[in-house]
Design a protein around this ligand. Structure first.
Ligand code: 3PG
Length: 388
């Protein structure tokens, strides 16, 4: 039985809490969408109310095991201060003397945020000494990072080996809501997968094709598959690892819906031109950045039939308005269908926030890959670690 934050006496205790504060920034360094930060507040406020000492940690981006300014969590500390109306001390490392000193000096009701755990390669290698050092700063560990629950990383699965551990409120809510939704889901189920992070998603295609009535693929995942199968000459092109998985994907499966056209730019020359064209007309000098209008119509026809929709990942590079049309077509088709809609992932919630559509969907999960992994019935390493 999994323990939750309520099962512990937390007053005066140093509580290490793992969140997923993986947010995007605009060109001026402003946080674009703080949905994940807002969703962390119930756990933080509960612990503050109990006069615990809060040591918060998270990853941000993929800095490849070394410090990178644009992946710093410092802006997250400032945003937390705005919401909590109290100081959140930012500690410029998650291990070493600075972190140790800051943790020791804490009083009840105080909060520190440690710098990005992925600034150390030990995090993604699930190095146990690294996990043990961080664990030594606290008396107990709470995992509230649903978005990263599918990763076998030190602060997700390593730390629970050294401390009494449990779930936070966000993790609990995500698991309960997603489990309930899957139990009472009505067919037809339409799953829509896009986005740029494809390694986790591509491995789930086989399962999704079994469980869903329709699987729609857009965005990078779709065009890498099409390029890998020789049906699109323009990029993005799949790497070796993706090519291996591709061998097992049967794109003639009638449940699978792939793009038939694309919005693209000339790769060199800073986007010298952009156009829409059927797949067969694309050339290797061009890069696809959105689904095309024909594809939008075909996808909308499929979505129209749905009574349950699971959507993870925009189908185009929506940050550039020229390439937001595909994701807007998908969003509008889901809204029109009146299907029960579960949407997940930082990019997707960022897109919906930008177009003021968040309220139109039934449940917005903070997890992308984690949500799909859970919905497809795979074990989440974060939960297995807490069960142990
Ligand atoms: C996400 O944005 O899906 C989570 O924060 C996990 O990030 P990752 O894919 O870099 O592990």
């Amino acid at each position: 039985m999994l323990k939750t934050i309520r099962d512990f006496e937390v007053s005066q205790k140093k509580v290490l809490v793992r969140f997923d504060f993986n947010v995007d920034f605009d060109k001026t360094g402003e946080i674009l969408d703080d949905y994940r930060i807002r969703k962390s507040l119930p756990t933080i406020e509960y612990l503050l109310g109990k006069k615990a000492k809060l040591i918060l940690m998270s990853h941000l981006g993929r800095p490849n095991g070394e410090p990178k300014g644009k992946c710093s969590l410092k802006p997250v500390a400032r945003r937390l201060e705005e919401y909590l109306k109290k100081p959140v001390k930012f500690v410029p490392d998650c291990v070493g003397p600075a972190a140790e000193k800051a943790a020791k000096a804490m009083g009840p009701g105080e909060i520190i945020l440690l710098e990005n755990v992925r600034f150390h390669k030990e995090e993604e290698k699930n190095d146990l000494n690294f996990a043990k050092e961080i664990a030594s700063f606290g008396d107990l560990y709470i995992n509230d990072a649903f978005g990263v629950a599918h990763r076998v990383h030190a602060t997700v699965v390593g730390i629970p080996k050294f401390l009494p551990s449990g779930l936070g409120f966000l993790m609990e809510k995500e698991l309960n809501t997603l489990s309930k939704a899957m139990k009472k889901k009505l067919p037809p189920l339409v799953a829509i997968i896009g986005g740029v992070k494809i390694e986790t998603k591509i491995k789930l295609i086989g399962r999704l094709l079994k469980d869903a009535d329709h699987l729609i693929l857009g965005g990078r995942i779709a065009y890498e598959i099409l390029a890998g199968k020789g049906l699109c000459l323009a990029g993005p092109f799949p790497g070796e690892d993706i090519l291996k998985v591709l061998e097992k994907i049967d794109i003639t499966n009638p449940k699978l819906h792939l793009p038939v056209d694309a919005a693209f730019i000339l790769k060199s020359g800073n986007g010298g031109y952009f156009r829409n064209a059927p797949l067969g007309q694309l050339r290797k000098e061009e890069a696809v950045l959105d689904i095309g209008p024909e594809t939008g119509k075909i996808f909308a026809e499929v979505i129209k039939t749905a009574r349950t929709v699971i959507w993870n990942g925009p189908v185009g590079k929506f940050e550039d308005e020229r390439f937001a049309k595909g994701s807007l077509a998908v969003a509008q088709a889901i809204i029109k269908s009146r299907a029960f809609s579960i949407v997940g992932g930082g990019e997707t919630s960022g897109f919906l926030k930008k177009y003021n559509l968040l309220k139109e969907f039934d449940f917005i999960s903070t997890g992308g890959g984690a949500m799909l992994t859970f919905l497809e019935g795979e074990k989440l390493p974060a939960l297995e670690a807490l069960e142990r």
